[in-house]
Design a protein around this ligand. Sequence first.
Ligand SMILES: O=c1ccn([C@@H]2O[C@H](COP(=O)(O)OP(=O)(O)O[C@H]3O[C@H](CO)[C@@H](O)[C@H](O)[C@H]3O)[C@@H](O)[C@H]2O)c(=O)[nH]1
Ligand SMILES: [Mn+2]
Length: 727
Amino acid sequence: MTTPLLHSSKPLSKTWFNRIFTLTYSTIVFVHLFRHCRTLIYSPSASSFALFIADFVLAFMWLTAQCFHWNPIERKTYPENLPQLVKESEYPSLDVFICTADPIKEPPVGVVNTALSVLAYEYPTDKLSVYISDDGGSKLTLYAFMECAKFAKHWIPYCKKYNIVDRSPEVYFGCDTAWFSETDEIKVMYENMKSRIETVVQSGDVSLDEIMESDFRNAFKKWTPDFTRRQHPTVIEILLDNCVDKDVDGVVMPNLIYISREKSNDKPHNFKAGALNVMIRASGLMTNGQIVLVLDCDMYSNDPEAPLRALCYFMDPNADPKLAFVQFPQRFSCINKNDIYASEFLPETQILSLGMDGLLGVQFMGTGGFFKRHVIGDIPSFGVNKFSNGIHSKPITSRDVLVSAHEAASCNYEDNTNWGQQTGFRYGTLTEDTYTGFRLHCEGWKSVICNPKRAAFLGGSPSNLNDMLTQIKRWYLGYLEIFFNKYCPLTYGVRSMNPLHALCYTHYTLRSFWSIPVIVYAFLPQVSLINSFSVFPKVSEDGFLLHALLFLGAYGKDFLDFVVFGGRTMQRWWSHQRMWLMWGLSSYPFALLEWSLKSLGLSTSGFNVTSKVVDEEQNRLYEQGVFEFGVESVLFYPISIASLINLLSFVKGVVIDVILNGRLEELFVQICISGFVVVNSWPIYEGMFLRKDRGKMPLKISLASLATAIAICVASDCLWFSKVRRS
Ligand SMILES: O=c1ccn([C@@H]2O[C@H](COP(=O)(O)OP(=O)(O)O[C@H]3O[C@H](CO)[C@@H](O)[C@H](O)[C@H]3O)[C@@H](O)[C@H]2O)c(=O)[nH]1
Ligand SMILES: [Mn+2]
């Protein structure tokens, strides 16, 4: 008898095409760089030097990106075959960590929904534990979870009885679903719970009079007057205990545990990685699930069978013992039709990731990753093991267990240990996810991506431009921290793993250098055009063909991956390439700048949590696909300056150089580039000149950008270009 198949993989059919394209395009790139060098030697100038640097960075980034396209694979799981191989009683125990950090930016009702969607997993409840990590140290969040625990006793049996697919109540009640006899009752319960939580969150405080259960009342006494989010003792509350709690049908409930680790003003807390390491240790003492799932607070489960898909890999009798984690790519719920902010991250989550999967494994994406616990930190590797053996046989509410768990969550626990260095989620960067995955891959661990048709998890994404730019800036700052580190992907990585895989990491971690070509191409040809100075070959010269091939090849391949192979609309592709230009002008250079300041000791990097608040007005704009500029963000400056310079140069070039002086042939490339940026900048012009709503570009930014743009034009004429012209 053949064993039933749990998963399969095959190379993507476009692989051969990818490889031929890579080889052909590389040849053109090399010829181009060679010509650049020749120019630099025989007729050097400031502009040809700048263009060389820009093209060199583009070429390097392009080359490293090809590693993703070399061997992409596609995987499938067959959870329906699982019962033939594994009995439910043999399923590994599963601990889920849900991180939250701020009750204002991350409304507790949302976190509760995420938790409910996971608590209601199709998984034996006695093997399931959900931990809430509250870095906000907020009693509002604790209150919300007390409510959650009560409601879960109704919600879980309801979902299982009627085989509900959407197990986040907010999602379930938000769409047209089948109605059962109990639906109305459950809906009222949910609405009541939601409004109680929202009232408490709005009031900003929990009134003890409202809390009947004496245990719960005691919990809030920890919030003494000197308790702040940056300085407070550990709070651990067991809200559901599967030894005691039963749902309304008498079935055992999963564990639900709230943990807010100790914080101290004078100790670095290492952001989310620090929180996750506390979770690993505390859960290790309490429930010690063999599998650990890491989730962001807004990533609710969209498929109650997702853990079974992960088991298809972990429980496979022939599984690779080096398999460390199964990653479900991030997918997002409320993206507008044309995805104006490129929030889908299609390349990173669903195209490039398949390429890494075909090498040694997909990167860890911070959320939606199922890990084997022992890979990221087992109890024996706790450093100094102060814990008595056999603690696991004790109930989680026992004094011993709780005392040890408090100790494991204290901020001095990691002193003189390897936590964050060699064990657990790794510190030293704002993108702990990529870094931890990278280090695990360096150690020889592997990972797989699991991307079933129905998304396993869905999350929110920034719904305004500033949040999006800020998020990308944080990621790319984090990436620089990874690159310029002892374990640099290019030096250490290339030696420790498949070099192609290391180059994938190199590509990601250096992406902020894309700011160099984007800035050069957004300003240099334009400023030259304003001064009627030609920097590219004429249409009749063969260098022109090279430029055209390079541009069309790069954009064409991107288009194919996105639209033809990726099945997305043209508009989405357009939005994506436009956001790349915007990031290149704002998030990337600011990431580089902040990293430089940090390296010089002039600033420190902080984790700016992305807001998950839904603002009606903002949402309406977003739904209509209109850009939201509404805040005075410095990230908007370079974007608006570039859009204005391009407009000025385009108009000047067309009217004066082409129509009046007939220099089209000579300035064709520059006019094309300016025109391309002008078309891309349309939403910015609208935001500056045409719109009247709250989301328009703040006047201060428009005026300052206009002044800067004009100043750049005038200055270029007076200083640099007059010299160029003379020489
Ligand atoms: O000190 C902190 C900061 C953040 N978080 C949590 O981390 C998660 C991600 O934060 P968010 O503001 O949503 O950042 P994103 O940029 O959306 O997160 C992406 O990028 C992060 C790395 O920068 C990864 O950790 C995330 O998993 C990934 O979704 C949230 O649940 C936060 O509550 C903490 O627990 N403690
Ligand atoms: Mn997020």
